[in-house]
Design a protein around this ligand. Structure first.
Ligand SMILES: Cc1cc2nc3c(=O)[nH]c(=O)nc-3n(C[C@H](O)[C@H](O)[C@H](O)COP(=O)(O)OP(=O)(O)OC[C@H]3O[C@@H](n4cnc5c(N)ncnc54)[C@H](O)[C@@H]3O)c2cc1C
Length: 436
C-alpha cells in the first residue's frame, strides 16, 4: 500500500559524493531535487573508504581533461560550496604524485594528453626520488607477485628508469566530510534529503520514469531519476530494466587499503607524496598522524574479489600482509606492524574501469555509475557534466546521436560526454586497474 506521496523535478538515488554533487549542481540550476539515501547521512557508502587521491593520469583525453578541471574545484572548495558558517571542510594536501616508470608503462598513455592540455609534469631520475624519499629502493622488482611466490623475494638486478612527477596532484583529507559539505551546500539551494530511506522500485509508465517507491511504501514522484547508487548501481539498473541496452556493465569489487606508521627514518606525512607503483602493485599516500596509506593496483597475481554490494568484510590478513610487504620492498625500513590497520571498501567497477555518465533507454532515467575506484576526484566536475547532460536531454538535445560536449567552467577544457556513454566500445588503453 502506498503511504505518502512526494513530488520533485528530479530524484537522485544515493547520497555519496557523486549523488550529493549532482544534487548541488541541479539545485543551483533551480531544479527541485531530492536525494534518497539508505544510510544515516551523506558519504557513508564507498565514499567513506576512499583514498581520495587527486591525480590526472588517465588514458583518454576527456578523462584527463575532467580530472584536471576537477582539480580546480578542490583548490577552490570553500568558494565552490559557498560555505559561510565556518564549519569543517577537508584539506587538500597538494603533495604531488610520483608514478614509477614500470614495465607496465601506463604513465605513457597520459603524456600526450598532458602535453595537449598543458598539465605540468617532471621526469624524475633515481636521484630526484632519492632526494625526496631517501629510503626509497629504486630497483625493479616487478612484475608484481605475491609473497607466497619465490619470485617475490628475488634480489633485483636492474634499476628503474625513474618516474613521472605531477606537482599539482595530492589528496583530500576526509572524503566523507567532502560529501557532507555537498549535502549542506545542496540543502542551502533547497534540495531535500531523505536519509534511512531505501529505494525499492523504479516507477515507470510507457517507457518513461515516473519516480521511485521506497521500502516503507512512500512514493516519490519525479520525471527525472538519477542512479548514483555506487556499488548498488547494477541493482538499481535492474529495477529500471535498462541493463539490456547497456554494453558496459558494473559490478562490486572488494578493495582494501592498509595504514601503517611511517618508519623512523622518514617523515612521510611531511616529505611524502602520492606514489603509483605498478612495479610492485601498490599505490601510497601520506595519511594523518605520519602514517602511510597503501592501496592495491590489482596486479594480475591478485585475484579480483567480486562481492555483494553490501559487503562489509574485515581486513584479510593475507592481503594486508601482501600489500605491506610490497611497501617494504620499496621502502625497506617500513616494517610490518603487528596491528593490521586499514579499511575495506567496495568499488563499483565498470567493464573498462571508466565511469558511465549517461542517459539510458528509459526516458528520464540517468546513470552516474561505474566509478571504478577512481572518481572521488571528479565528483564535482562529473556532477556539473551530469547536470548539463540532464538539462540538455530534457530540453530535447539528441545525446544519443551527437554526444554532448561540456566545457569545464574553470579551464575551458572540452569534455566529450561520449567518452562516458553506456554503449561505448571498451577503452583499449584502460589499465583495468587504478592508482586511487
Ligand atoms: C577503498 C577505496 C579507495 C578509493 N580511492 C580513490 C582515490 O584515491 N581517488 C579517487 O578519485 N577515487 C577513489 N575511490 C573511488 C571513489 O571513492 C568512488 O568513486 C566514489 O566515492 C563513489 O561515490 P558514489 O557516490 O558513486 O558511491 P557511494 O559513496 O557508495 O554512494 C552511493 C550511495 O547510494 C546509496 N544507495 C545504494 N542503493 C540505494 C537504495 N536502493 N536506496 C537508497 N540509497 C541507496 C548507498 O547507501 C550509498 O551511500 C576509492 C574507492 C574505494 C572504495
Amino acid at each position: 500500500m502506498t503511504k505518502t506521496q512526494h513530488s520533485y523535478e528530479a530524484v537522485i538515488i544515493g547520497g555519496g559524493i557523486i549523488g550529493c554533487g549532482i544534487a548541488y549542481e541541479l539545485s543551483r540550476r533551480g531544479v527541485r531535487t531530492a536525494v534518497i539515501e539508505k544510510n544515516v547521512g551523506a558519504g557513508e557508502g564507498s565514499t567513506s573508504a576512499s583514498s581520495a587521491i587527486i591525480r590526472f593520469t588517465y588514458s583518454t583525453y576527456s578523462a584527463v581533461a575532467m580530472a584536471y578541471e576537477g582539480l580546480r574545484y578542490w583548490e577552490n572548495w570553500q568558494d565552490y560550496i559557498q560555505k559561510k558558517d565556518g564549519g569543517a571542510t577537508p584539506s587538500f594536501h597538494q603533495c604531488g604524485m610520483f608514478a614509477v616508470k614500470s614495465k607496465q608503462v601506463h604513465y605513457l598513455k597520459s603524456l600526450p594528453h598532458f602535453d595537449q592540455i598543458g598539465i605540468p609534469y617532471e621526469h624524475w631520475g633515481i636521484n630526484e626520488i632519492r632526494n625526496r624519499i631517501p629510503s626509497f629502493d629504486s630497483r625493479i622488482f616487478g612484475p608484481p607477485s605475491r609473497p607466497s611466490d619465490d619470485a617475490f623475494w628475488d634480489e633485483p638486478t636492474e634499476l628503474m628508469e625513474g618516474g613521472l612527477f605531477t606537482p599539482e596532484a595530492g589528496y583530500i583529507s576526509d572524503p566523507r566530510l567532502a560529501a557532507q559539505n555537498l549535502h549542506y551546500a545542496a540543502e542551502q539551494k533547497k534540495c531535500s534529503f531523505y536519509f534511512k530511506s531505501e529505494v525499492e522500485q523504479i516507477l515507470t509508465e510507457n517507457n518513461k520514469v515516473q519516480g521511485v517507491k521506497l521500502a516503507d511504501g512512500t512514493k516519490v514522484d519525479a520525471p527525472i531519476v538519477i542512479n548514483a547508487a555506487g556499488p548498488y548501481s547494477g541493482t538499481i539498473n535492474a529495477m529500471a530494466d535498462v541493463l539490456d541496452d547497456m554494453s558496459i556493465k558494473t559490478r562490486p569489487l572488494r578493495q582494501e587499503v592498509c595504514v601503517v606508521p611511517s618508519p623512523e627514518d622518514l617523515d612521510f606525512e611531511k616529505m611524502g607524496m602520492a606514489i603509483a607503483d605498478d612495479d610492485v602493485g601498490i599505490y601510497l599516500r601520506p595519511e594523518t598522524g605520519n602514517n602511510i596509506l597503501v592501496g592495491g593496483t590489482e596486479p594480475e597475481c591478485d585475484p579480483l574479489r567480486w562481492v555483494p554490494a553490501d559487503h562489509q568484510g574485515e581486513i584479510d590478513p593475507e592481503q594486508w600482509e601482501a600489500q605491506v610487504l610490497r611497501l617494504n620492498r620499496r621502502i625497506p625500513s617500513a616494517g610490518v606492524p603487528h596491528q593490521k590497520l586499514g579499511v575495506v571498501g567496495v568499488y563499483d567497477v565498470s567493464d573498462d574501469w571508466s565511469p558511465i555518465y549517461d542517459a539510458t533507454s528509459l526516458e528520464g532515467f540517468y546513470v552516474a555509475i561505474g566509478t571504478s575506484g577512481n572518481q572521488f576526484k571528479n565528483a564535482p566536475i562529473a556532477a556539473h557534466c551530469m547536470a548539463e547532460l540532464v538539462l540538455a536531454v530534457e530540453s530535447g538535445y539528441d545525446h544519443e546521436t551527437k554526444p554532448l560536449v561540456v566545457t569545464g567552467p574553470h579551464t575551458n577544457l572540452k569534455i566529450d560526454m561520449g567518452t562516458f556513454r553506456r554503449n561505448r566500445p571498451i577503452n583499449p588503453n584502460s589499465p583495468m586497474s587504478v592508482h586511487g
